[in-house]
Design a protein around this ligand. Structure first.
Ligand code: ADP
Length: 491
């Protein structure tokens, strides 16, 4: 079944932009060849959109927002559109999972998990659309004051390549629920599911111009979108460096932004933790999506008395991990592109050369094509807090272990990076759970659990270099809207 779908994609798919409800090539007719990370082979093309295409897409979104029926559509109708889109995604779930995993190299089960999460986002925001409202505010005698939550207008959404279907869903779901129109620019390395879902949105009945999709390179299409004066709000998920460039571009028009910029997330394992319960979660938190996850648990802080035991148990598990082609559905797939593969390999070789202890390495499936972008997982032990692999987001299957002496030391280590996205705490001590959860600087803190992915209801976003603004849950609806205060005088 999967092979059959892959063949269909390989033979006939030149994916197109969606502007104002119509599909088309880039104005320049230029394309970007889509390579499958599992074997490095070309299997599709996407348009290489540039400033001119972005201009047309923004105009379409502007027109739909300013003059179309969109702004008069009741919230519950917008909600219905999102719910219908979620249903269509479910109906095309097998196809979308196969497409996403072929485009990104992720194991097929992760593609399926992404479909399930995307559906939930559209369902959640479909249901939320008519359940968010303003306030009335006590004011002077003779006045009535109230607030409305109004859409920003045109939202520019710049999507990364690691979880395109999920991240598109969290942006589109919240933005449409609040009545915005959108121009989405997916990553040049992983645009296919975004285009396909743009097509399904038309089938679901989204009016023309409400959801436009432009593919192209970040430095061209992405830069043009973030600097466009016709865009009212910009949302981005990706690296801090790109986030800075996008914020600077948006600042030229003084536009608001939501930035989700990755992490170096710690999991703290205290000596009283249920280790058997923790182990599979600790491994999965770095192996899922090959470690190419903003919320990856890339640092494990272990209380010294159990350090050796936990390190050995993790080492056993790491040695048996295998990376391989997406359709083999092994522990992890390929990295997204050769540059990412080399980046991860460079971190690993620099750490090993610096004498950091390699506790264990996984392997690459012997049948995996040599032209694929595979990296074997690596577990490093007794890492110093100042090491590059302790401070920088590797975005690969590289896990670092640290020993700590007491609670204070654990908190110091947990907060010792510039990032602050997610944290995990493993202990049975209830008072400690609360104390540590409050003192760790992270937008989400899990206690005796970990994994930001599925929790579409849970507000998500960073402190410090991990960004600002919140996505997911109801909080995203506030980010995707602005308060208007209306004051009536009636004395
Ligand atoms: P990073 O890995 O630095 O987060 P990626 O290249 O993966 O950046 O890009 C994430 C998203 O940001 C992609 O959609 C990409 O096209 C886009 N992008 C990259 N550079 C820029 C830029 N200068 N301006 C706007 N968007 C950009």
């Amino acid at each position: 079944m999967l092979q059959e779908l892959s063949r269909i994609v390989a033979q006939d798919k030149n994916f197109l932009n969606i502007i104002n409800g119509r599909q088309g090539a880039a104005l320049s007719q230029e394309t970007i060849t889509v390579l499958c990370p599992s074997d490095g082979m070309a299997f599709a093309t996407i348009p290489a959109g540039n400033k001119d295409d972005v201009d047309r897409a923004v105009q379409a979104a502007r027109e739909a927002f300013d003059h179309g029926p969109w702004s008069r559509m009741p919230a519950f109708e917008r909600g219905r559109l999102l719910t219908r889109l979620g249903q269509l995604i479910g109906k095309h779930g097998e196809e979308l999972a196969a497409l996403e995993s072929r485009d990104t190299g992720k194991p097929i089960r992760q593609g399926k998990a992404d479909v399930a999460a995307a559906m939930r986002y559209y369902e959640f925001y479909g249901g939320a659309a008519d359940k968010i409202h303003g306030d009335t505010i006590p004011f002077h005698d003779g006045y009535t004051a109230l607030t409305l939550r109004e859409p920003h207008g045109v939202v520019g959404g710049i999507i990364p390549w690691n979880y395109p279907m999920q991240i598109m869903a969290r942006v589109v779901g919240a933005a449409i629920a609040m009545g915005n129109t959108l121009v989405i620019k997916p990553a040049e390395d992983a645009s296919l599911s975004t285009i396909r879902i743009g097509e399904l949105a038309l089938e679901a009945g989204f009016p023309e111009g409400v959801l436009n999709v432009i593919t192209g390179y970040g430095r061209e299409a992405g830069a043009a979108l973030s600097a466009h004066p016709g865009v009212d709000y910009v949302t981005f998920t990706g690296s801090p460096a790109t986030g800075t460039a996008i914020q600077q571009a948006a600042a030229t028009n003084n536009r608001g932004v939501t930035m989700e910029l990755g992490g170096k997330s710690p999991q703290i394992v205290f000596a009283d933790a249920d280790i058997e319960k923790a182990l599979p979660v600790l491994v999965n938190a770095i192996i899922q999506n090959g470690g190419q996850t903003c919320s990856a648990g890339s640092r494990i802080l272990i209380e010294r008395p159990i350090y050796n035991e936990v390190a050995a148990a993790l080492g056993d598990r790491f040695s048996s991990l295998v990376a391989g082609p997406h359709d083999e559905d092994l522990d992890l797939g390929a990295m997204i592109n050769p540059a990412q593969k080399h980046r991860v390999e460079n971190y690993v070789s620099a750490a090993a050369e610096a004498g950091i202890d390699v506790i264990a390495r996984g392997s690459i499936d012997i049948n995996a094509p040599v032209s694929g972008y595979y990296v074997a997982p690596v577990l490093f032990g007794s890492v110093e807090a100042s090491a590059a692999i302790a401070q920088e987001e590797v975005f690969g299957p590289v896990l670092s272990l640290f020993a700590f002496d007491d609670e204070e030391d654990a908190i110091r280590l947990a907060n010792s990076t510039e990032y602050g996205l997610v944290a995990g705490i493993w202990t049975k001590d209830g008072a400690r759970q609360h104390r540590v959860a409050k003192r760790v600087r992270a937008g989400q803190v899990f206690v005796n659990a970990y994994g930001a992915g599925g929790g579409i209801e849970l507000p998500f976003g960073g402190f410090k270099k991990s960004g600002h603004g919140r996505e997911k849950g109801f909080e995203a609806l506030y980010d995707m809207s602005a308060t208007k205060t209306i004051i009536f005088r009636h004395d």
